[in-house]
Design a protein around this ligand. Structure first.
Ligand code: ASP
Ligand code: MG
Length: 722
């Protein structure tokens, strides 16, 4: 015996009823069938309203509307004498409804639908028998009396061995006094399970309008998918906690009788749907679905995540909380529940968002794009980059659907290339066991191995690496560089590199070369593209000098020489700190800035006034420091003078519109005195400040931390993912 149950939307009209009969008659060719049906959709609601309507005229109208819907179905399904007979039968039932007690009204819907189905099947030539569920399904004290129900069903079925198809109304039953009652809203599923258990059916199918039990309500979460197999327990948990497809009491009789049942889609009969059984072929710890239900009396909603044989409750709870936090949802308490069920309470307004966030975390395995990354340079920035990639890989994957894979790494002596990925934790070991990097061997290996979509990262200080950028571009690698030397080239070379990248359809990103992770270049480039002509760029961008100048406090603090030497020892300056003092590094940054703003500036265009006279530059380093110490009284005097004028001095790089200059812009790097109103006045430590003035808008001021390996590495990752 097979039991097939169809819900209200599966029998909503004549076309759908025909489809149901196709499915049922197909099954009946294999084995006997009990077809259990709901009322046509909306009918039960209408009947409840009819039962509650006291006004007799209105009641008559409501009944008439329902009668017309059913007659319309009969008109489409039957012709001639059959149609007249069906009309007569329906009219009889509708007169009973008109005379029924208010509480009996609700039971008529299933009578209407199943009478039509049974008669249609009979007209098609099947030996069909309608079963009166009111006689068979019995309740006692408000609960189904299973023993009685099963024996009555068994008897009814055995009494008619010639019948191929039984048709039974779902939902309805009668109580110990013989009065008609129901099994609760959505109760037809339960009826079907009772018929299956009573008749000892080997097949139980619940046909509905979605493809089975899904990982979430597809109307709330479009990414929800069908759960192919699930245990009785997990299915019960989903049903009890908000999954509307399955009426929770259904599970009990099936489970007790050991009948595996499936939930299938009437509108897609070939879809296998969900099979609910005792031992589903599901790995332990698998997640099944997320549901929610509102608890209006407490003004909250409860979201429920269900799994099978979950091993670590705390891990799951942590994932739930972080998924909610990431979606900006504050739960109303801790994750609770037991076994394989997890509950979290939220405000009703965020119920759907919470379901979406948890579904995303546990069920949506987006295709992850792997980005192979080849890193040249394993100094302070390189180390930090490798460490950060290791730290943030999981988050980046979850948020961006992309995974950064270190496929190659090189310092000045050795390199390693491995397309399967070098785990960040093993980078040191793998590199020291690597091959010799002499004669550009790393680049050769990268060019030979790199798949399309790879990224080459230059975080070296190398003077010549840029000479191989063009080859890398031609090898379909994008380049991210934090190496200013590779950009502060003569303009033609710089422009040629950019063209090469464009022609090969790959990117060339160097946002960290000015201001590290600060969004300086990107803002400049977009401003320039908007043709809001740039009037001036002023920048305090030497981290080294900013740190020393802001720390220097004349007589009150340490000497200039002491501060500089400490900065040098801490690796904050270039190996010869005079490179910074002389403005060379700032010059590179200014070139990059100007070019990004569309001004093809050359080093020769820039007028540099170093902060110290020429006598400091043409001597060995020791001598330099001696001269610096000797000059300290002058530094103190200047600091006192600045204090008196309420001014400070800053090493400013600037580009200003000047029609007389070669490119229409004048570029300078020099010490400037600034007043308290200046954005440069208050700078702490290694902060960078850039002020961009354009023709029409108010100045753009970008200020923030500009130094530090952490920021450099962050900026590089940003460039890789951009
Ligand atoms: N017709 C009833 C209801 O709407 C029972 C069912 O559809 O399962 O609740
Ligand atoms: Mg229903």
């Amino acid at each position: 015996m097979q039991v097939l149950k169809f819900g209200g939307s599966s029998v909503a009209d004549a076309t759908r009823m025909s489809r149901v009969l196709d499915i049922v008659l197909d099954a009946a060719a294999r084995d006997r069938v009990i077809l259990v049906s709901s009322a046509i959709s909306g009918c039960t609601d209408a009947l409840i309203e009819i039962g509650a309507t006291a006004d007799s005229e209105r009641r008559t109208q409501q009944i008439e509307a329902l009668r017309r819907r059913h007659r319309a179905i009969a008109r489409r399904l039957f012709t001639g004498a059959e149609r007249e007979r069906m009309y007569a039968e329906l009219d009889g039932l509708f007169s009973e409804l008109a005379a029924a007690e208010p509480e009996a009204c609700v039971s008529f819907g299933e009578l209407f639908s199943t009478r039509i189905l049974a008669y249609k099947a009979a007209c098609e030539g099947f030996s069909t028998q309608w079963l009166d569920a009111r006689e068979l399904v019995r309740t006692r004290d408000g609960a189904v009396d299973e023993e009685q129900t099963y024996s009555r069903i068994r008897a009814a079925v055995q009494a008619a061995p010639e019948v191929q198809l039984f048709v039974a109304p779902g939902f309805i039953a009668s109580d110990e006094n013989g009065c008609v009652t129901t099994l609760g809203r959505g109760g037809s599923d339960y009826s079907a399970a009772l018929f299956a258990a009573g008749a000892g059916a080997s097949v139980l199918e619940i046909w509905t309008d979605v493809p089975g039990l899904m990982t979430a309500n597809p109307k709330v979460v479009p990414a929800a998918v069908t759960i192919p197999d699930i245990s009785y327990r997990a299915a019960l948990s989903l049903a009890e906690n908000g999954a509307k497809v399955l009426y929770a009491p259904t599970v009990g009789p099936a489970m007790k009788a050991g009948i595996a049942f499936s939930i299938r889609n009437t509108f897609d009969p070939r879809h296998p749907g969900t099979l609910v059984s005792g031992r589903p072929p599901v790995p332990e710890g698998a997640w099944m679905g997320v549901t929610s239900r509102s608890v209006p009396e407490r003004g909250e909603a409860v979201v429920c995540l269900v799994g099978e044989a979950v091993s670590s409750r705390s891990t799951a709870a942590g994932r739930i909380l972080s998924a909610l936090a990431e979606a900006g949802i504050q739960p109303l308490g801790e994750v609770t529940g037991e076994g394989d069920c997890f509950f979290i309470r939220v405000r009703p307004t965020v119920e759907q968002a919470a379901v979406g966030a948890i579904h995303h975390e546990f069920f949506e395995h987006r295709r992850v794009t792997v980005i192979p990354v080849f890193i040249a340079g394993y100094g302070a920035v390189g180390h930090e980059l490798v460490r950060l990639i290791g730290l943030s890989a999981a988050r980046i994957e979850r948020r961006r659907g992309r995974s950064i894979r270190i496929a190659g790494l090189s310092d000045s002596r050795r390199f390693v290339v491995d397309l399967r990925g070098i785990p960040p934790g093993e980078a040191d070991a793998r590199l020291s066991a690597g091959q010799s990097a002499a004669d550009g061997a790393f680049i050769d290996a990268v060019l030979a191995a790199a798949p399309r979509g790879s990224v080459f990262v230059d975080c070296t200080d190398d003077h010549f690496l840029h000479r191989r950028y063009a080859e890398l571009f031609r090898g379909a690698l994008g380049i991210v560089t934090s190496n200013r030397r590779s950009l502060a080239l003569p303009y033609v070379q710089y422009a040629a590199l950019k063209t090469e990248a464009r022609q090969n359809g790959v990117f060339f990103r160097y946002d960290t070369t000015v201001g590290n992770a600060l969004p300086i270049l990107e803002s400049l480039a977009s401003d320039a593209n908007c043709s809001d002509g740039i009037e001036s760029i002023e920048a305090v961008i030497s981290c080294t000098l900013n740190a020393i100048i802001t720390a220097y406090d004349g007589e009150r603090g340490e000497s200039f020489a002491t501060l500089l030497r400490r900065a040098q020892d801490e690796g904050l300056t270039e190996s010869d700190p005079r490179t910074d003092l002389g403005g060379k590094d700032v010059l590179r940054k200014l070139l990059i800035l100007a070019r990004e703003a569309g001004v093809p500036l050359e080093a020769e265009d820039v007028e540099i006034s170093p902060m110290l006279g020429p006598e400091f530059f043409d001597c060995p380093l020791d001598e330099f420091y001696r001269r610096l110490v000797a000059c300290e009284p002058q530094f103190i005097a200047r600091e006192a003078e600045l204090d008196a004028a309420a001014q400070r001095q800053r090493f400013v790089a600037s580009l200003r519109r000047d029609p007389a200059a070669r490119l229409g812009y004048r570029a300078e790097i020099k010490m400037q005195r600034v007043d308290p109103e200046s954005p440069f006045y208050r700078i702490s430590g290694t902060e960078n400040v850039i002020v961009v003035r354009s023709e029409y808008s108010a100045p753009l001021v970008i200020k923030g931390a500009g130094e530090g390996v952490r920021l450099a590495a962050t900026g590089i990752i940003k460039d890789i993912l951009m």
